[in-house]
Unconditional design. Structure first.
Length: 192
């Protein structure tokens, strides 16, 4: 989209509500203050009986995603609905999500190794190999934490300080500057 000065800005569109308060935790009862929010509809047959009881107690239908927020601003009670109105244009938020899983990857893609030299001088098929991994007779093993090939992605990632560019309140849509972790259609948590 274009901002007020006419610059072209890459952005991400997030559906941020309506979220229902499914539980309120207090310092006296639970040891800390927090609000639990539920988002998205889910069929009752796809929820466990424990979850069904939890949502019935809150007076709401089963939700697809539940997240807890500590020190939530404002006085909320179970059953309240929270919409995108809590955000304002121009403020900065953090977005937490699960990054795209990329499967088993080598060291060049996973850790940005440059590979082993050129293709000449006796190099056979090692352009993307990690090179030597362990030391000599001491310690005679590969140390823990060595960057090697392995599973990449599929981790919890927080994108910090994303500017809220636009709010579409009637559709509960939040437009933030830049990219957020995860594939299209995945769930994210927005923190003020």
């Amino acid at each position: 989209m274009f901002d007020v000065s006419g610059r072209y800005v890459a952005c991400t569109v997030i559906e941020a509500g309506p979220c229902v308060v499914t539980q309120v935790k207090t310092k006296e009862k639970d040891g800390y203050d927090s609000v639990q929010l539920g988002f998205g509809e889910r069929k009752e047959k796809h929820t466990t009986s424990a979850q069904q009881g939890h949502f019935k107690k809150a007076g709401t239908t089963p939700k697809r995603k539940v997240a807890e927020f500590r020190d939530f601003e404002g006085d909320k009670k179970t059953g309240d609905t929270i919409t995108v109105d809590i955000f304002t244009e121009g403020e900065y938020v953090d977005v937490v999500g699960t990054s795209k899983g990329k499967g088993f990857q080598g060291v060049v893609k996973r850790h940005h190794f440059s590979g082993v030299g050129g293709a000449t001088h006796g190099q056979h098929d090692r352009q993307r190999s990690p090179g030597s991994a362990g030391a000599s007779s001491f310690p005679s093993r590969v140390l823990k934490g060595m960057r090697m090939a392995g599973r990449m992605g599929g981790e919890r990632v927080k994108a910090r300080n994303l500017e809220v560019l636009k709010l579409i309140k009637d559709k509960n849509i939040l437009v933030v500057k830049g990219s957020v972790p995860g594939a299209a259609g995945s769930f994210v948590i927005i923190q003020k």
